[in-house]
Design a protein around this ligand. Structure first.
Ligand code: ADP
Ligand code: MG
Length: 258
């Protein structure tokens, strides 16, 4: 059964796109078919993370200049992306977005749909969360980020279920984890400030593929396990590594996304 999850945050720059794209890669490595919808239609960047040159974008589909299957692009393994388009043609209305995504999902089948939402509390985010089974709240351990994330949580109270909080850009000093959980809810992954992350984005190769053994990847695996409800084990060897779902017998080539 298809599961749709929105990745939301109060502020921009918290790490939503990074987390969405790498979560997608991990789920794909487990053999799931994943669609990443770049809902940040007014500030697109999923395609940049994957080093993708988009031929058609969600904007084109909404304008009727391409078909649903044209806008869904395979980026790696079983990860597919609907790019929002780097160039802004015009503002997309939430209803148009909602209809377009539903139309795309009626023609193709996925296990997971991850919606990379725009920051803040605009109508687009509410629409995305309403379309989803649950949402992840990404925040940085700074008071401004926590307060803004709290606002999102309040607005979503009647629209969706919070799966958990992903704390990103965690430094040695900062707000206490316990205090954050009191305000936002359970922290299901805690990702450190990691200079390899901007590097991976510039390289166009997903972080978890490039850095299979870091704390960041371990935390992203934790997140993927939580989202999928299955324990994910990593088999990392010098030149060969792959992910699999414990107890599952899946083809290693497919699982490694190569
Ligand atoms: P958002 O989608 O929430 O606006 P991004 O995923 O685009 O945020 O991340 C914003 C910037 O922060 C990017 O340049 C990214 O490389 C960087 N970044 C994200 N997470 C981390 C981290 N844990 N450590 C260091 N840099 C990070
Ligand atoms: Mg983003």
């Amino acid at each position: 059964m298809m599961k749709t999850i929105t990745i939301a945050s109060g502020k921009g720059g918290t790490g939503k796109t990074f987390i969405t794209c790498n979560l997608g890669v991990l789920l794909s490595m487990c053999g799931y078919r994943v669609l990443i919808v770049d809902a940040d239609v007014n500030l697109a960047n999923v395609e940049l993370v994957y080093g993708l040159k988009a031929k058609y974008t969600l904007q084109d589909f909404i304008e009727g200049t391409c078909k649903a299957e044209d806008v869904v692009q395979n980026v790696l393994g079983s990860v597919y992306v609907t790019p929002a388009g780097i160039q802004l043609k015009r503002r997309i209305r939430p209803k148009e977005f909602d209809d377009a995504v539903k139309q795309i999902l009626s023609t193709m089948d996925f296990d997971y749909v991850l919606i990379d939402a725009p920051a803040g509390i605009d109508a687009q985010v509410v629409t995305s969360v309403r379309m989803s089974e649950g949402y992840l709240l990404v925040a940085n351990p700074e008071i401004t980020s926590i307060v803004d994330a709290y606002k999102v949580k309040k607005i979503m109270e009647n629209s969706g279920t919070l799966i958990g909080v992903v704390l990103n850009k965690v430094k040695k000093t900062g707000i206490n984890r316990r205090e954050i959980e009191k305000v936002l809810g359970e922290i299901i992954a805690s990702i450190p400030e990691d200079p390899k992350i901007p590097q991976s984005i510039n390289s166009g190769i997903p972080y978890v593929v490039k850095n299979p053994n870091t704390i960041t990847t371990k935390q992203l695996i934790r997140l993927a396990s939580r989202v999928s409800g299955r324990e994910i084990v990593v088999d990392a060897r010098p030149k060969f590594w792959f992910f699999r779902r414990r107890g599952d017998d899946i083809d290693e080539d497919k699982a490694s996304g190569r």
